[in-house]
Design a protein around this ligand. Structure first.
Ligand SMILES: [Zn+2]
Ligand SMILES: [Zn+2]
Length: 345
């Protein structure tokens, strides 16, 4: 039986290995590897059998994986998505890379926004931009306070800006530091995040939705739309994370407390996306490509939907997909009252 000393064993295996602890000096790597083999060395003297050698390599591999896990949780991020609130009483989402921080919509007041940030263990000293999808108050109510807090440039279409100036208090105009007017169809960059704005059908002045690309990750946030236009489906393809409106259950809306005129508005082609419409999209491989690691149902109505109904409806739709294009990601439901756990892409 051949024998190996720990040092010769490590010397033989290390050159054929990928770097065990990338970025560490060779001496540190060697000392860690020696530590992994030390118990065997003490127990067996300097001679090792093949199984003992395999055990050492296994231990080194597990140390390597733990180091990688630490690097992943505490180190570089591609894109982190924190949905702080989602629904008809307020929408706000924080996007972060190593270099850039963006808010998408500002539908909560300062105190509530800071409380939600604290709930996901975030303190935001600096913001690189605030993007507004449309002028409905659940998307821009907190904007004057957010501008006072962070003095960040505002990215908004001109018709939406005009509409907000009519709706929001005077402090909004006074606190505007910089406005970047954008338009549907435009690609632009904020820091290291590439943004694409596209039109969606909704009863606002100039409603838009966004996709974001950075560090090889793609995120889509699409809420407040009466139906899924074919072009929107194209924009959502390839998304690693899709945040999609699933506003109401058709039956709950029909028998619910809203006046008929409001019900008609919600059901219209410029209203909100129903669980049923989401089901049709999710079950169709020509529509939803099922590439997403995270599929988040968002902007749920508190009166005409509930998280369980929306989730079951989406699950049922996903189960109807052919096996070869099954959805293998995680289905989540965003809440009006509690932030969703930050998603890392
Ligand atoms: Zn809304
Ligand atoms: Zn709206």
């Amino acid at each position: 039986m051949s024998h190996y000393s720990p040092l010769s064993c490590l010397a033989r295996s290390l050159p054929h290995h990928p770097p065990l602890f990338p970025g560490r000096p060779p001496l540190v790597t060697f000392l860690i590897a020696l530590w992994a083999g030390l118990p065997h060395f003490l127990l067996c003297g300097h001679r090792l059998t093949r199984p003992q050698r395999s055990a050492i390599i296994l231990k080194i591999r597990s140390l390597q994986l733990r180091a990688k896990a630490r690097e992943y949780s505490g180190g570089a991020i591609g894109l982190r998505v924190s949905i702080l609130a989602s629904g008809s009483s307020g929408n706000i989402t924080l996007l972060e890379t190593e270099r850039t921080r963006l808010l998408v919509d500002a539908g909560l007041g300062k105190r509530e926004t800071l409380a939600r940030l604290a709930a996901v263990e975030k303190t935001v000293e600096r913001l690189d931009g605030i993007l507004i999808t449309h002028e409905h108050t659940d998307h821009c109510n907190g904007l004057p306070q957010m501008l006072g807090l962070w003095k960040a440039p505002l990215y908004v279409t001109e018709p939406t800006l005009d509409a907000m100036q009519c709706i929001l208090p005077e402090t909004f105009g006074k606190r505007l530091r910089g406005v970047e007017t954008i338009h549907a169809g435009q690609h632009f960059a904020v820091g290291d995040i590439d943004v694409h704005a596209f039109a969606i059908p909704h009863d606002a002045a100039d409603p838009i939705a966004f996709t974001f690309r950075t560090n090889g990750a793609k995120l889509a946030i699409v809420t407040d739309l009466g139906y899924m236009p074919a072009l929107a489906k194209v924009h959502l393809r390839g998304a690693d994370c899709l945040v999609l409106e699933s506003n109401h259950d058709l039956d709950m809306l029909k028998v619910g407390p809203y006046p008929w005129v409001v019900k008609q508005r919600i059901l219209s082609r410029t209203g909100h996306l129903s669980n049923h419409a989401v089901s049709e999209y999710l079950s169709d491989p020509d529509g939803f490509d099922a590439m997403a690691r995270y599929l988040v149902l968002a902007h749920l109505s508190e009166e005409n939907n509930n998280p369980f109904t929306a989730e079951i409806s989406a699950q049922e739709a996903l189960s109807r997909r052919p096996a070869e294009c099954a959805f293998r990601g995680e289905l989540l439901v965003a809440s009006q009252h509690v932030p969703l756990q930050p998603l890392e892409l």
